[in-house]
Design a protein around this ligand. Structure first.
Ligand SMILES: C[S@@+](CC[C@H](N)C(=O)[O-])C[C@H]1O[C@@H](n2cnc3c(N)ncnc32)[C@H](O)[C@@H]1O
Length: 521
């Protein structure tokens, strides 16, 4: 591994006074309501691997780090990590051209694009169509004919927006998201693009640009779990009238100010894209192969050949209730996925309170591959993990005490770690011996119970046979939801990059204990 600069190894046994900012944590349950021995044991077991580093800061692990970066800004994917982070990890893991990297939660394909720019092969898996459109358009940057793109831009500038025949394919949650003239213009330009006599590549690019401006010309903004709405749409005003008639406070007013016209937004997005393509086409280009597979990683990974990847660099959905199908509802509806949105939500790694168990389907899948026994082993690994059991019991206890307002969180947490364990088990199988696996994730807190996602996932990975290498902790900790803060006070939570290694000779560690049974009925 290359030398890591700017590392700061902090004291592993800080005083309680600085517990909030220290690396290790000694208190997991607000006012010691629930047992926490197993979580404390996790901290002790992995303390030597925790390392705070300013090399990976908050900006770098988030989309913010991509500001101004060529190609990565073509569509704002706020859940993404930065290209710089991927490049740093690829260099740290010493992956060279000829090597092969995997991202099983590919999102806007940051990992694939960085791999491409470095001449490294890569495979991504992603479930959302909007990400696939982004990849289709970005991955062919060297094919675009700049002369053709400039011609299209000139036509676009000269175009006169007319009333469109077709209607925006709304779903319930997107209704009234656009001012009527914007909605007409979106559909007018959709039709305009379809009828342009230009190359297939240019049409793909234009579809991405149209998709990328939807939020900007709408009354909505993506905001974590939800879409935030401007006060102007009739739907929002009606909701407020109802609230007022019920004596409730109106929803906090959001004013997005003047919105750009669709044509203005298109031209300005197109200008950025053309400028990026010009710069990219001037760079030396090394042939390599990348592929983005559409589907649910839980089902796709078991179908991949063993021992093929040199590294995994990824960031799964966090265990934070963020629902991608809601925040990307405009884009998904526009791309014709509206009817499938329920199934899509159910197929996400369980990160919302609405996710149901996928275990029966997954078991069928493993059986179909003649690997039913492996399914049972993986399930035992997670269900017998002592810290996992403690967390599930603590949440159950909190629910019974009335410390939580949504029981779905219990199921989400149990499913989240169960599903990730299946992902880890498959990564172990398909990685080459010696390969590194990096996961970016946030710790979370529910009902006053801290869930050390970084250490629990590391423990599960170790139980399966990985070796821990490092748990990089970002200097900036994560805050809590206002609800958690008001009821349980502030607790700074780690944001981490866990790095594991597949051993050269397969070793399986185990720290199992207890009964094999689901704790959430
Ligand atoms: C945190 S984002 C990854 C962002 C990515 N690192 C980037 O730079 O854009 C997690 C991604 O996982 C995808 N996802 C969620 N569940 C999935 C599943 N079961 N299979 C495949 N992809 C999934 C989501 O659609 C989302 O794009």
């Amino acid at each position: 591994m290359t030398e890591i600069r700017n590392l700061r190894q902090l004291s592993l046994f800080p005083t309680l006074a600085d517990d909030n900012n220290s690396l290790s944590r000694f208190s997991f349950s607000h006012e010691d309501v629930c047992a926490q021995d197993e979580r404390i044991a996790l901290e002790e077991r992995y303390a030597e691997f925790l390392e705070e580093t300013s090399k990976f800061n908050r900006k770098l692990v988030s989309y913010q780090g991509n500001k101004g970066a060529i190609i990565h800004g073509w569509i704002k994917y706020r859940e993404g990590f930065s290209a710089q982070l991927v490049e740093d990890l690829i260099r740290e893991f010493r992956i060279e051209p000829g090597g092969k990297v995997l991202d099983p939660f590919s999102g806007s394909s940051t990992t694939l694009l960085v791999a491409k720019s470095m001449g490294i092969d890569a495979v991504g898996i992603e479930i959302m169509s909007v990400c696939h459109l982004a990849w289709e358009a970005k991955s062919i940057f060297y094919e675009y004919d700049l002369g053709e793109l400039k011609q299209i831009r000139a036509w676009l500038v000269d175009s006169q927006t007319e009333k469109a025949e077709a209607r925006f394919p709304h779903i319930t949650i997107t209704e009234s998201a656009f001012p009527p003239e914007a909605e007409h213009a979106i559909m007018f330009y959709t039709h305009w693009v379809e009828n342009l006599d230009v190359s297939k590549a240019a049409k793909t690019l234009l579809r991405l640009i149209l998709t990328s401006i939807l939020e900007e010309v709408s009354y909505t903004r993506k905001d974590g779990q939800y879409l935030r709405w401007d006060y102007r749409p009739e739907k929002v005003r009606e909701r407020n009238r109802i609230r007022q008639s019920q004596g409730k406070k109106p929803i906090k007013k959001v004013d997005l100010g003047p919105l750009p016209s669709v044509k203005e937004a298109l031209v300005s997005a197109f200008d950025i894209v053309i400028a990026d393509i010009r710069k990219l086409q001037e760079l030396p280009f090394r042939q390599s192969h990348q592929e983005l597979i559409k589907g649910n990683s839980m089902y796709v990974l078991p179908t991949l050949e063993p021992n093929q990847f040199d590294a995994v660099i990824t960031s799964p959905p966090y265990c934070n209730r963020y629902d991608y199908t809601r925040t990307y509802a405009l884009e998904l509806a526009y791309l014709g996925e509206g009817d499938g949105i329920f199934d899509l939500r159910q197929n996400l790694l369980s990160c919302t309170v609405e996710n149901r168990s996928k275990l029966n389907l997954l078991q069928e899948h493993y059986k179909a591959f003649g690997r039913g026994d492996r399914f049972d082993e993986i399930l035992q690994t997670v269900w017998k993990n002592a810290a996992f059991q403690e967390i599930n019991r603590a949440l159950q206890n909190r629910w019974e005490r009335g410390d939580m307002n949504n029981r779905g969180v219990l199921r989400m947490v149990e499913q989240y770690f169960t599903e990730l364990t299946f992902i880890f088990a498959e990564l172990l199988r398909i990685c080459k011996p010696g390969a590194r696996v990096a996961f970016v994730n946030d710790n979370v807190r529910y009902g006053g119970e801290v869930i050390p996602v970084d250490l629990l996932t590391t423990d599960l990975a170790v139980n399966l046979g990985f070796e821990p290498v490092k748990i990089y902790v970002l200097p900036q900790r994560k805050g809590n939801s206002s609800q958690q803060m008001s009821r349980f006070g502030r607790e700074a939570l780690r944001k981490s990059i866990t790095v594991w290694r597949k051993p050269n000779g397969k070793q399986v560690h185990s720290s199992h204990s207890g009964e094999l049974q689901s704790l959430v009925p």
